[in-house]
Design a protein around this ligand. Structure first.
Ligand SMILES: [Zn+2]
Length: 332
């Protein structure tokens, strides 16, 4: 992953953090102006807290400490009452960070071990690999997903199904919600979205990605042709794509492989595709999930792909077959 991208992001993070803390300061001043007695109480609490520390370090006296504690507690109660009367809470004094987990530092420390926060990891993915796709992600969510675009009419001859496209999409949306809710569950299967173009497969993948991003999961989006070309180039040492990226394909929480079936395949690519699909199923570090979307039917998949790949998919993915009329025309 390019170091310059990380540097750039860390500068942004520092600015975000500084701004959030500055705004919190301004808000505090504003609150103090509205209720000057709050400032007096806060000053008093600070003074008492200093005495408390001194008393612990210099001349430890249990009685004295207890008295100080009581005084502080009375002041805090008084402060809370004033805040309540102003319809405020202690939270109003805290900076509002974009990421409450790392407080916009990009890193979290747990048990003396510092690691990159999922928010920063995701931003690196977005900058380096997801590019334009991820921008769409932010606008594509379940609120803008309209089941009404799918017909209510059952047409068995046309769609080879006993239910209407509307009923079908409702089922798929339900499967998607279950997938999100039980994402960390080993039992939860991956998703295979099949069906013609223009039926919302990519859109729904993005909705799922968005929900998982909110849960601080990392999402990597790739179309099958670009992913496979990049891996093959990487194997031959002529791609900007590096080992770290390859590892991300295996380890990222959610990998979305879009447009499977539109790429030109050869034996090398078959092997690489198998390695990714299989490697993710066997991931030893944590539960990772994959969404594959394709215009090919299951039969087409068997015709076009190595049987090993298709059988891994059939056994470990929930098949969601999208049918109906192209919804892209209805939206206009
Ligand atoms: Zn974070």
């Amino acid at each position: 992953m390019a170091n310059s991208t990380l540097q750039k992001l860390l500068i942004e993070y520092n600015q975000k953090k500084t701004l959030a803390e500055y705004k919190a300061q301004l808000k505090k001043i504003e609150i103090y102006e509205k209720a000057p007695q709050l400032k007096e109480i806060d000053d008093e609490i600070s003074t008492l807290a200093i005495s408390q520390t001194k008393s612990i370090i210099l001349n430890y006296n249990a009685n004295n400490l207890k008295k100080l504690e009581e005084q502080i507690s009375i002041l805090k109660n008084k402060k809370n009452k004033i805040l309540q009367s102003l319809n405020l809470s202690l939270d109003d004094f805290n900076p509002v960070y974009e990421c409450p987990i790392c407080k916009d530092t990009g890193y979290v420390t747990d048990n003396y071990h510092t690691s990159m926060c999922s928010c920063l990891k995701q931003k690196l993915f977005d900058e380096e690999y997801n590019k334009s796709n991820i921008q769409q992600l932010s606008t594509q969510n379940f609120n803008s997903f309209s089941e009404a675009l799918y017909s209510e009419n059952v047409d068995e001859e046309k769609y080879h199904a006993k239910i209407s496209p509307r009923e079908n999409i409702k089922r798929i949306v339900k499967i998607s919600h279950d997938f999100i809710d039980n994402f960390d569950d080993l039992e939860t299967k991956n998703l295979l979205f099949t069906g013609n173009t223009g039926l919302g497969k990519t859109f729904l993948s993005s909705c799922i990605a968005n929900e998982l991003l909110k849960k601080h999961k990392n999402v990597l989006y790739q179309t099958a042709p670009i992913m496979l070309d990049s891996i093959v180039e990487y194997r031959f040492g002529k791609s900007s794509f590096d080992k770290a990226m390859y590892d991300h394909l295996l380890n990222v929480d959610l990998l979305i492989i879009d447009d499977l079936g539109t790429e030109y395949m050869n034996n090398v690519k078959f092997t690489e595709l198998f390695n990714i699909i299989n490697g993710r199923l066997l991931n030893p570090s944590h539960t990772v999930k994959t969404i594959i979307s394709t215009n090919l039917s299951l039969n087409n998949l068997y015709d076009n792909y190595d049987e090993r790949i298709v059988s891994r998919i059939v056994g470990n993915y929930t098949l969601c077959y999208f049918f109906g009329d192209d919804i892209r025309f209805k939206k206009r």
